[in-house]
Design a protein around this ligand. Structure first.
Ligand SMILES: [Zn+2]
Length: 101
């Protein structure tokens, strides 16, 4: 029985082969959220609840490319409406990539 479970675990492991790997050490990374403060000429932009991955081994934090694209949109918005501090939530649909400016 245990060998069956081991075989199954092996299959699951193979299926999880597509799981995110750390960009630094290639170890397995888990989904999490972070906040980022970006110093811009127009003021400080804080983006909260950014989906990202953290490496289980070296704790390196990294995001998918489309996440960075959405953050760029948020930066352009903050430039358009300059304030000392702008706080945005990543989950806001306004900045989704499938929307036109
Ligand atoms: Zn790592």
């Amino acid at each position: 029985m245990s060998s069956v479970l081991q075989a199954l675990e092996h299959i699951l492991f193979k299926e999880r082969g597509t799981a995110m790997r750390c960009t630094m050490c290639r170890s397995e990374a888990y989904d999490t959220f972070t906040s980022e403060a970006i110093e811009m000429d127009t003021g400080l932009l804080v983006i909260r609840n950014i989906p990202c991955y953290r490496c289980k081994k070296c704790h390196n934090l990294f995001c998918a490319g489309n996440v960075l694209q959405k953050m760029e949109r948020m930066m352009r918005f903050a430039e358009k409406y300059p304030r000392q501090v702008t706080i945005l939530d990543y989950s806001e649909k306004t900045f989704d990539l499938n929307r036109d400016d």
